[in-house]
Design a protein around this ligand. Structure first.
Ligand SMILES: *[C@@H]1O[C@H](CO)[C@@H](O)[C@H](O)[C@H]1NC(C)=O
Ligand SMILES: *[C@@H]1O[C@H](CO)[C@@H](O)[C@H](O)[C@H]1NC(C)=O
Ligand SMILES: *[C@@H]1O[C@H](CO)[C@@H](O)[C@H](O)[C@H]1NC(C)=O
Ligand SMILES: *[C@@H]1O[C@H](CO)[C@@H](O)[C@H](O)[C@H]1NC(C)=O
Ligand SMILES: *[C@@H]1O[C@H](CO)[C@@H](O)[C@H](O)[C@H]1NC(C)=O
Ligand SMILES: *[C@@H]1O[C@H](CO)[C@@H](O)[C@H](O)[C@H]1NC(C)=O
Ligand SMILES: [Zn+2]
Length: 444
């Protein structure tokens, strides 16, 4: 009996002592994830969202008090890493984050509360084929960015502003299905090659792009807060020191479009079609740094990774019910002045989540073609309390049977001539102004 106990303790030891700081290839990563789930069956759930072109599983570890399924009132959060297969730091950070969460649960009160109140999904590699194709520890590896069909996954999503004719890849399709099935509220996409937190939009049109060459969402205040939360809790990102010969990023944050325009990106897709706020985190100047540097990357990012997850509790959440208390799905719930391109609607349990900064808002719950309810709410700082404000809507009727659906077609919502207006004229104009200003500063 005692012998068995000692043996069990010895077997547990490698995990308790810690995951090593090295790059974990497919088999080692799978072994690690399976071992974490085996030793923490109550607060973890391991599942695959599909397979890569070369047939590797796209593993996700979900963590929380109820890890296997959605629970009403508990928001869903995700981290997605290694989309460009050669940008390897995020992949290892995700494994260390998993280890930190499972070993801190029920020891550290903050992590315990976080896992009590949040379901956290971690996808350490959405491009395992690209990672395996990268053979060298090289700051800018020649191979591995793309998937096995040589497609850039962060240009492969449907785009609301331009038609995107790229063939949807299996990895992209897996993410799209995942977003449709879960009801993610907040997310981040981990990259490398720079050091900045970048927020939507990455693309835009004459409606979203303002004269300062920023492509803004109506939730720009929330997105800037999200990017600042990451950058300011990171050891160095907030200093805004440039990595290479590029522009400095004040506070370590940037609007995606203002940095450089891209179409088919994952963050715009999440926000427009997934009802999920996502930002893009560039975590290392060097895309594939030597493994000896991994401990310092973990130390620099650990607090930021945790603080960012807590932001899933910003704003307001609740249910929409009919007079009998039956949940109503597909009800549009938005704050006035913040209508989304595709209306944000209640999910199958009649639930909604809206990320909003503390303040006063008018919420609008609408059954299209039927009735709107307008409620004034004051939203406190929910992250401090690990819960968004709880606010339900009750329609004074039966749940309507057949009714209009808020539509959002999977096709470009705006047409935009790439070579006219916005990108071609606005950006140079702003750059020219800055250049003239610099000359003025230098020569006055
Ligand atoms: C977490 O939830 C458990 C019940 O599942 C409860 O006993 C515990 O007090 C909670 N801990 C915190 C820190 O909220
Ligand atoms: C996409 O394909 C359609 C039809 O094949 C074509 O009309 C359109 O110009 C293409 N768009 C781009 C951006 O290549
Ligand atoms: C409430 O939302 C619906 C659906 O988006 C919209 O048609 C209506 O104008 C909104 N009402 C107000 C007062 O904003
Ligand atoms: C919420 O409160 C925390 C301190 O508990 C603070 O750090 C954070 O900035 C606040 N968030 C907002 C959105 O005001
Ligand atoms: C904290 O959240 C709980 C629900 O989880 C709520 O009952 C309570 O009023 C909140 N407190 C504050 C200060 O927002
Ligand atoms: C250029 O922008 C103006 C105003 O912002 C708009 O009216 C016009 O339609 C745009 N032209 C094109 C080709 O996008
Ligand atoms: Zn990248």
């Amino acid at each position: 009996m005692m012998g068995q106990l000692y043996l069990a303790l010895l077997l547990l030891l490698p995990l308790a002592v810690g995951l090593d700081f090295s790059y974990h290839h497919t088999q080692e990563m799978e072994a690690f994830l399976k071992e974490v789930h085996r030793s923490h069956p109550d607060n973890t759930h391991l599942y695959s969202i599909g397979k890569s072109v070369e047939g590797r599983d796209l593993w996700v570890l979900a963590l929380g008090r109820f890890p296997t399924q959605h629970t009403i009132g508990i928001p869903e959060f995700k981290y997605v890493a290694n989309m460009h297969g050669d940008e390897s730091v995020g992949r290892e950070l995700m494994l260390h984050l998993i280890e930190f969460l499972v070993t801190s649960d029920e020891h550290d009160p903050v992590i315990t509360r976080l896992l009590n109140s949040t379901r956290i999904h971690i996808l350490p590699s959405i491009n395992p084929d690209g990672f395996e194709a990268t053979t060298q520890f090289d700051c800018f590896p020649p191979y591995g960015r793309y998937n096995a069909n040589m497609q850039d996954l962060n240009r492969n999503f449907p785009d609301p502003f331009n038609s995107n004719n790229a063939t949807v890849q299996p990895e992209t399709q897996a993410v799209m299905n995942w977003i449709k099935n879960e009801m993610f509220v907040l997310s981040a996409n981990l990259h490398g090659g720079s050091l900045v937190a970048s927020y939507p939009f990455d693309n835009g049109n004459s409606v979203t792009i303002t004269s300062d060459a920023i492509s803004r969402t109506l939730d720009n205040d929330v997105f800037m807060h999200l990017a600042r939360t990451y950058a300011s809790n990171h050891a160095i990102m907030h200093k805004g020191t440039p990595c290479h010969n590029e522009d400095a990023f004040p506070e370590g944050i940037t609007n995606g479009y203002a940095w450089y325009r891209l179409k088919g990106g994952m963050q715009d897709y999440n926000y427009i079609w997934g009802q999920c706020f996502e930002i893009t985190l560039e975590l290392s100047c060097c895309q594939y740094p030597p493994k000896e540097e991994l401990p310092s990357f973990w130390n620099d990012n650990k607090m930021a990774l945790i603080e960012y997850i807590k932001q899933v509790h910003l704003g307001v959440k609740g249910r929409v019910l009919d007079k009998h208390g039956t949940p109503i799905p597909d009800v549009i719930v938005e704050a006035t002045g913040r209508q989304h391109v595709c209306p944000y609607k209640t999910h199958r349990n009649g639930e909604y989540y809206l990320l909003l900064l503390p303040g006063s808002y008018k919420l609008n719950a609408t059954i299209p073609g039927f009735l709107s309810l307008l409620h004034d709410v004051y939203i406190p700082n929910g992250t401090a309390n690990f819960s968004a404000l709880q606010h339900d809507f009750v329609f004074p009727t039966e749940k309507p049977g057949r009714r209009e659906m808020a539509s959002c077609p999977m096709k470009p919502l705006y047409s935009l001539d790439y070579h006219k207006n916005t990108s071609a004229t606005l950006k140079p104009t702003v750059n020219t102004l800055i250049f003239i200003y610099i000359l003025y500063e230098v020569f006055r």
